[in-house]
Design a protein around this ligand. Structure first.
Ligand SMILES: *Cc1c(COP(=O)(O)O)cnc(C)c1O
Length: 413
């Protein structure tokens, strides 16, 4: 193992890189390759590639069974799942959401000319602050969309009560929370509907994919129509719809992923515990903990930086890591409210989002998943410990550098 004892050992200050290959935050979990290839071969033999083929049907069936939910509509990605759920729920005007989320949460609304109204987060959960929702309700508000950030469920009961009391639709963006529970009940059963993403970087992947799950029969029916152009029969269109269908190849990957679900959780949990114990020895860094009494997928290793203690800024730590080929990320910096078009629409949104801004300035998301070895986590934490030990000196040297190497732009996408 390379020990980076002196500042000169750091790659950013001219030393050798700690890792030969880039360590990504979200490398896909693959599962049993042979079984995947067998399924793909069957798809080719069957020549039934899409339009609710047998694998998509089986994937939907397994999801409803696993989640204990009545309906699952698999789709081509999580964003379209959000857009269709929003539309099928009849949301209009304004919808209240957190800003500390992936941009798709806001875009799925704005795309259909519904204004996302950003609500601050509760610093103890990092999720939408239920206490601040009601003051944002106007006559134009039609709904609330909570996000179970990093797989930690929102304050579901309180938000449901607010939605009922004010006659608002309630949708949860559960893109991070597949296989998680809230008070013992699977995420997927709350609000009017919840959506999942099965993007390659998510816990369960279908290359690209997503799903809406709901216990509402009528809503499920509308969503099924909308994701298939509004076709209700061979030659009969009864709705304006779009194309949100999941392909058979995606379902082949989804079914294969589901078979390895327990194994993925075990690996993620092992990584999480390893980060947790190694980082305990690093002053100024604290891992955001999971509630181990509930089911969790442990897919996100998120660490808060206390710059007063580390003496390096959060961004300097990221610079140091990137130079070592560790592609740690600032999920979800700078926040939806600081990206277009929302930044121009609400130039002062930050004034109402102090807890959101504070969190966004403090967090780093670290690599985990089935492609990460335990030794890599030890090396990474060792690097952090040695770097922060000399925080003042390294910070000063970085400040004096004129041309810090930046990562190529494509790495950020
Ligand atoms: C990934 C993600 C989405 C979008 O899902 P895609 O499948 O990539 O379209 C939406 N919301 C959140 C919170 C996400 O992390």
């Amino acid at each position: 193992m390379i020990h980076k004892r002196y500042p000169e050992d750091l790659a950013i200050l001219g030393g050798p890189q700690l890792f030969d290959e880039i360590m990504h935050v979200g490398r896909p979990n693959i599962g049993d390759r042979e079984r995947l290839l067998k399924r793909i071969n069957d798809v080719l033999d069957r020549k039934w590639f899409t339009n609710r083929g047998p694998l998509v049907q089986e994937f939907e069936r397994q999801l409803t069974e696993y989640l204990g939910v009545k309906h699952c509509i698999a789709m081509c990605n999580g964003t379209i799942s959000l857009e269709i759920a929003i539309r099928a729920l009849g949301m209009t005007g304004e919808v209240i959401i957190p800003a500390n989320t992936f941009i798709a949460t806001a875009h799925a609304l704005q795309w259909q000319e519904i204004t996302p109204v950003f609500c601050d987060i509760n610093p103890s959960t990092n999720n939408i602050d239920q206490v601040k929702i009601e003051e944002l309700i106007t006559p134009r508000t039609s709904g609330i969309m909570g996000v179970h950030l990093w797989g930690h469920p929102c304050a579901v009961e309180e938000i449901t009560e607010i939605a009922c009391k004010n006659n608002l639709k309630l949708l949860f963006d559960a893109a991070h929370a597949f296989a998680c529970t809230h008070n013992g009940k699977m995420i997927g059963n709350f609000g009017n509907a919840e959506i999942f993403s099965f993007h390659a970087t998510k816990f369960i992947n279908t290359f690209e994919g997503g799903a809406v799950v709901t216990n509402d029969d009528d809503l499920a029916k509308r969503i099924r129509l909308m994701k298939n152009f509004g076709f209700s029969g061979y030659d009969n269109v009864i709705y304006v719809g779009t194309n949100g269908k999941m392909s058979e190849i995606s379902a082949a990957m989804g079914l294969t992923s589901l078979e390895s679900l327990d194994e993925f959780i075990d690996v993620n949990y092992r990584n999480y515990k390893h980060y947790q114990s190694d980082l305990e020895e690093v002053p100024g860094l604290s891992i955001i903990r999971y509630d181990e009494k509930e089911k969790r997928n442990y897919q996100y290793i998120v660490v808060e930086v206390d710059e007063e203690v580390t003496r390096l800024t959060r961004d300097q730590i990221i610079q140091v890591l990137h130079a070592e080929n560790i592609l740690a990320r600032r999920y979800f910096y700078p926040g939806c409210h600081r990206m277009e078009p929302y930044r121009s629409m609400f130039p002062h949104a930050g004034m109402l989002l102090p807890n959101t801004d504070m969190l966004l300035a403090r967090v780093i998301s670290f690599p985990t998943g089935t492609s990460i070895q335990i030794e890599d986590i030890s090396k990474l934490c060792d690097l952090l410990r040695n770097t922060i030990e000399k925080g003042d000196e390294i910070s000063e040297r970085l400040n004096n550098m004129s041309n810090i190497q930046r990562l190529p732009e494509h790495v950020w996408l």
